[in-house]
Design a protein around this ligand. Sequence first.
Ligand SMILES: [Zn+2]
Length: 192
Amino acid sequence: MKSAEMSTGTSRTCDSDHDGRLIMKEHFRLQVDKLFNMLFSSTSTFIADFHDKRKSTELCMGPWKNGKDGQQVRHINVTVALQANVGPKSSKVTEFQTMRACSCPGEIYSIDVLSVNEGIPYADVFNIATHYCLVRSENNGTDMLVFGNVNFIKSTWAVVKAFIVKHSYEGLSEYFHCLSEQLQEVSKKEKK
Ligand SMILES: [Zn+2]
């Protein structure tokens, strides 16, 4: 890698509107392709270990396939452990992932994830949309942004909505806090 390239970052931009709440904003000393592979390749041991630590089971990561308009799509199935003292102890989650056409290896990855739950109360009422932005930074590391949105697909009572919104954002914060910590561990080792 030429030193000039190392300080340029990228001129590419993400074409997402970056809707929703900013859930995570972190810098990692990892090259953007490496971070992408850790989070989104179907052979990633990092993400398998991460789910393992969270006591998630039945992780099944599909391969990326060509979608419409230059997009790449894949889906993931995983059964996640729930922390609550009452109610179900696990939930089946399907993640529909779309890599936007503005993504470019070595520069930027822009990925939309739609998460659908099964096996929890009101699972059919909502879904959770997250957007991952992995952008090559000036020092050839990566700036990572994650936005989250709770979508209601069926009408329900305001009190139920408020409950779902509260718990969904708490869940997202907790998940990405843990993910960020694990990524920083790898990132710190990278520097040595
Ligand atoms: Zn983005």
